[in-house]
Design a protein around this ligand. Structure first.
Ligand SMILES: Cc1cc2nc3c(=O)[nH]c(=O)nc-3n(C[C@H](O)[C@H](O)[C@H](O)COP(=O)(O)OP(=O)(O)OC[C@H]3O[C@@H](n4cnc5c(N)ncnc54)[C@H](O)[C@@H]3O)c2cc1C
Length: 416
């Protein structure tokens, strides 16, 4: 087994590390200052320093790294993994490189399922970083971890579709520059369970689309990346050509969208955990309690060691998953994708919790990035499917695999 990086990834990694150190990290406070001066606090991608950094990212060839194939940088998942990890260290970096969710997943959907016209109208400006987008599936009125529950109505009316319903937690949609939404809704309530929903493109300024409010996570409204909107659709009409794929394809498209999205979140979260370990160690060395640095207390050393062990285990699992996605496809890597989606937020949450504890009350404050990071990682135990749904599906798969193995050997395997 070879753990070394190939020359292209190595080159991109050096380039990215240099860009992070010299320009992205120093720009973080400037970004927040400039955002505070804007007339609209949700219009985060109009901040001047972000535009400057994005120009530089393109010059350096650090643009659309997430997207395989002809539309993006053409990296494999295994090549992208160490780069995404580096971007996870900074709140700003994914957006600078045009590699931020939910745009990444939406670009993938348009690249895979969009018509030539849809790609021209929406994918091209997204790939150029001119506009942003949102993905609207979750609804306040139904348990949305089960995508077949999605009830927003999408009804055909001549050359149009008419949309009625409510959505919430729609990331990025408070930003006026999130010009396009991919909306999932029910086109045929009588079809087979997995063929009832479809996806349709809805411009944010479509008449009848009401931006109700921004939601907050533990009090953080995330306005620095477009917030999470509650939306109401009142007879919103869009041309029939705005349908993505065919009627009834919504569930399948949602599944296809989530594979890469989940692994990207995991890769970035590992970078975040690395930053937390750095902060934890620096604080433990510098802070003295009861006559010696915290770093000399056994319990703190235990947390530091355990954090290192857990993050190394996790990285290997994520890299194995990336390799499987590249070699046997997202479907073949399904179990591993679920495993990393279960393991990553819980592990990184544990590390952040310890890093906060080492910092004392300061760890909970606005003076360190740990509290906001903790809120963000806790979110990931819901976003793209709650832990329990993934555990359930993974267990079902494992039970099937074990039953098939028993059958192959003609009954019960001896247990030793
Ligand atoms: C910050 C944030 C950003 C988000 N961004 C988006 C976005 O951009 N677009 C979007 O569409 N959605 C988004 N979401 C919503 C997210 O995807 C949903 O919250 C998630 O899918 C769960 O749906 P729900 O909240 O309706 O939970 P429910 O479906 O009501 O589930 C509630 C709980 O029931 C339990 N449960 C459910 N099914 C099972 C099962 N099979 N076995 C055992 N227990 C189970 C779980 O504990 C689960 O947490 C976001 C959420 C957050 C917090």
């Amino acid at each position: 087994m070879d753990f070394s990086l190939d020359p292209r990834t190595e080159g991109l990694r050096d380039n990215l590390l240099d860009f992070m150190d010299r320009q992205i990290h120093p720009a973080e406070p400037v970004f927040h200052e400039q955002l505070g001066q804007l007339g609209d606090r949700w219009a985060w991608d109009s901040v001047p320093v972000l535009a400057r950094l994005r120009t530089e990212a393109r010059k350096r060839g650090l643009w659309n790294l997430f997207l395989p194939g002809e539309h993006g940088a053409g990296l494999t998942n295994l090549q992208y993994a160490p780069l995404a990890e580096i971007t996870g260290r900074s709140h700003l970096a994914p957006a600078v490189l045009n590699c931020a969710a939910p745009d990444t997943g939406n670009m993938e959907v348009l690249a895979m399922f969009g018509t030539a016209q849809q790609r021209k109208q929406w994918l091209e400006p997204l790939l150029d970083g001119e506009i942003r987008s949102s993905f609207a599936m979750t609804e306040p009125d139904v348990a949305s971890s089960d995508a077949t529950n999605i009830a927003t109505r999408i009804e055909r009316d001549g050359d149009h579709y008419v949309i009625n319903g409510r959505k919430w937690w729609i990331t990025g949609a408070m930003n006026p520059n999130a010009r396009i939404l991919i909306v999932m809704g029910r086109t045929d309530p009588h079809a087979e369970r997995h063929r009832q929903q479809s996806m349709v493109l809805v411009p944010r300024d479509a008449p009848g689309l009401e931006i109700v409010r921004g939601m907050a996570v533990f009090g953080y409204d995330d306005h620095d990346h477009g917030g999470h909107a509650e939306l109401a659709f009142h007879d919103v009409r869009v041309p029939a050509e705005n349908l993505i794929g065919g009627e009834g394809d919504g569930f399948a498209i949602a599944q296809a969208r989530l594979g890469p999205g989940r692994i990207h979140h995991c890769m970035r979260s590992i970078g975040l955990a690395e930053r937390a370990i750095e902060l934890m160690c620096a604080r433990a060395e510098q802070r003295v309690a009861f006559g010696r640095p915290l770093a000399e207390q056994g319990v703190i050393r235990e947390w530091i060691a355990e954090s290192r062990v857990r993050i190394e285990q996790l990285r290997l699992l994520v890299l194995k998953t990336a390799w499987l996605m590249d070699t046997v496809g997202n479907k073949g890597a399904h179990t591993e994708i679920q495993a990393i989606k279960i393991a990553t937020p819980a592990t990184v949450q544990w590390i952040l919790d310890k890093a906060i504890q080492v910092h004392g009350a300061a760890g909970l404050s606005q003076d360190f990035p740990l509290a906001a990071a903790y809120a963000g990682i806790r979110t990931l135990r819901f976003a793209d499917g709650p832990d329990e749904v993934h555990r359930n599906a993974l267990a079902r798969q494992e039970l099937r695999r074990q039953a098939a193995a028993r059958q192959r050997v003609g009954g019960e395997r001896p247990t030793i």
